[in-house]
Design a protein around this ligand. Structure first.
Ligand code: ADP
Length: 402
C-alpha cells in the first residue's frame, strides 16, 4: 500500500510518499513559494539524484500536479502510475469538536472542515484546498484528514473550558483545543514501546519543543490536558510566541502603541517569546552560544523558557495524578541537552534524575534518566508524517467504499 502524505500550507506543500508494507519512504520534498516569485519543487528519492525544479507555480493545483508528475516521471519517478497511490493523508490543523479521529473525506466532512476554518482561518483553507485538488487529480485514492486537534478531544470539560460567560462556548465554540496532537500521540506511543509497557497503563507527559512548543498530559493513551489553547499562542514560552500572558496586556499595549488588537496579536505571535526577550534570535543554538558568551538577555530568555516548561510539567503532573514517563521531542527537545538538563534539574525533588552521559545524546531515541529515577525520561524524535501515514492506512482500510 502506497500512501502520500501532504501538508498544504498557504504558500508551500510538503509531501512524503510511504510504501507501508516495507515501512519505507519512497520520495519526499516540498513545493515552496507557491504563487510567489522564486517558486520551486524540491524532490528527493532513494537511489536517485536530488531534483530542484524552479519554475512559476501559480497555485496549489499546479503544485500538486508537479508533485504527482515527478512521482511518476521517467528519470526521478518511484511509481509507475498514479493508480499506485492508494490513499492520501492530509494534515489538517483544526477539526474543531467534530473530529476525534482521522476521517475519510466525503462531501459532508468537507462541509464540516470549511466550518472549522473559522477557528483556523490561516491554516484550514490551504489544507482543504489540497484535499479538493487531490479528489480531482487522483479520484481513485482515499482522501483522509488527520487533525492536529483530534488527539486532544478526550480532554475533560473542566480542563478545556475557559471561565468566561458560557455563551461564548455554546455559541462560538471558544474553548481549549490544543495542537501538535499527532506528535504527542506518536512519541507517547513510542515511549510506551521503549518502556516495554502498554501505553494504556502509563501516565506520560510529552514536551514538543520546536519553534512552536506545547506539552501534553496523557493518561492511558488519552490526552487529558495540554498547554496550547484556543490557538497555538497559549501555554509555554516559544520561539516567537509569548505563551500565557495576562489578557489585559492586549488592550494596554494597543493603547500605548496606538495599534489594533490584531496588531498586538501579531507582536505576541511573531515578535515575542525567546526572540522578543533576547532581542537576538528565536533559534536555541544562537541563544545557547550567546548565553555562554555572557549575553544577559539570552540567559534570561533561556531561564524563562526552562522555568515555564518545568512549571507546566508540574501542573500537568497534578492533572495526571502521577507520572511514569517524560518525553522530549522536536528541534529543541531532541537536540538540546542543556534545556533538558535545566528542566529536569527543577524536578529532581520528585525523583526525576537524568544520566548526564545519556543526556548528551542528540536526535536519537534514548532513555536519558538514571536507573533509579522514579520517572523514565526519553528523547524521542517525532515523526508526524509516519503517524499520519499509519492513521491514514487505518482510516482508508476501514472504508467500505472507495
Ligand atoms: P518546527 O516547529 O518549525 O517544526 P523544529 O521542531 O524543527 O520546529 O525545531 C526548530 C528549533 O529547534 C530551532 O528553532 C532551534 O531553536 C532548535 N534546534 C535545532 N537544533 C538544535 C540544536 N542542536 N540545539 C539546540 N536547539 C536546536
Amino acid at each position: 500500500m502506497n500512501i502520500l502524505i501532504l501538508n498544504c500550507g498557504s504558500s508551500s506543500i510538503k509531501y512524503k510518499l510511504f510504501k507501508m508494507d516495507q515501512n519505507t519512504v519512497l520520495a519526499r520534498g516540498v513545493v515552496e513559494r507557491i504563487g510567489l516569485t522564486g517558486s520551486q519543487l524540491r524532490y528527493r528519492a532513494g537511489g536517485k539524484n536530488d531534483l530542484v525544479d524552479a519554475k512559476p507555480v501559480p497555485g496549489h493545483r499546479e503544485a500538486l500536479e508537479m508533485i504527482l508528475q515527478t512521482l511518476i516521471s521517467g528519470g526521478h519517478g518511484v511509481i509507475g502510475n498514479l493508480k499506485e497511490i492508494d490513499a492520501v493523508g492530509h494534515r489538517v490543523v483544526h477539526g474543531g469538536e467534530y473530529f476525534q479521529q482521522p476521517v475519510a473525506v466525503d462531501n459532508n466532512v468537507l462541509e464540516l472542515l470549511e466550518e472549522c476554518s473559522q477557528l483556523a482561518p490561516l491554516h484550514n483553507p490551504p489544507n482543504i484546498m489540497g484535499i479538493k485538488v487531490c479528489r480531482q487529480l487522483i479520484p481513485h485514492a482515499a482522501q483522509v484528514a488527520v487533525f492536529d486537534t483530534a488527539f486532544h478531544q478526550t480532554i475533560p470539560d473542566y480542563a478545556y473550558m475557559y471561565a468566561i460567560p458560557y455563551k461564548y462556548y455554546r455559541e462560538h465554540k471558544i474553548r481549549k483545543y490544543g495542537f501538535h496532537g499527532t506528535s504527542h500521540k506518536y512519541v507517547s506511543r513510542r515511549a510506551a514501546e521503549l518502556a516495554d509497557e502498554t501505553v494504556k497503563k502509563l501516565k506520560i507527559i510529552t514536551c514538543h519543543l520546536g519553534n512552536g512548543a506545547s506539552l501534553c498530559a496523557i493518561d492511558g493513551d488519552r490526552s487529558v490536558d495540554t498547554t496550547m489553547g484556543f490557538t497555538p499562542l497559549a501555554g509555554v514560552i516559544m520561539g516567537t510566541r509569548c505563551g500565557d500572558v495576562d489578557p489585559a496586556i492586549v488592550d494596554y499595549m494597543s493603547g500605548i502603541e496606538g495599534i489594533t488588537g490584531a496588531e498586538v496579536l501579531e507582536i505576541l505571535n511573531k515578535h515575542s517569546g525567546v526572540l522578543g526577550l533576547s532581542g537576538l534570535s528565536s533559534d536555541f543554538r544562537d541563544l545557547e552560544q550567546a548565553a555562554l558568551e555572557g549575553h544577559p538577555r539570552a540567559r534570561l530568555a533561556l531561564d524563562m523558557f526552562i522555568y515555564s516548561i518545568a512549571k507546566n510539567i508540574g501542573a500537568l503532573i497534578a492533572a495526571l495524578g502521577g507520572l511514569d514517563a517524560l518525553v522530549f521531542t522536536a528541534g529543541i527537545g531532541e537536540n538540546s541537552p542543556g534545556v533538558r538538563a535545566g528542566i529536569c534539574s527543577k524536578l529532581n525533588y520528585m525523583g526525576i534524575l537524568l544520566d548526564d552521559g545519556k543526556n548528551s545524546t542528540s536526535g536519537e531515541e534514548t532513555l536519558i534518566s538514571t536507573s533509579d529515577s522514579l520517572v523514565q525520561v526519553f528523547v524521542i524524535p517525532t515523526d508526524e508524517e509516519k503517524m499520519i501515514a499509519e492513521e491514514t492506512k487505518t482510516a482508508a482500510s476501514n472504508l467500505t467504499y472507495k
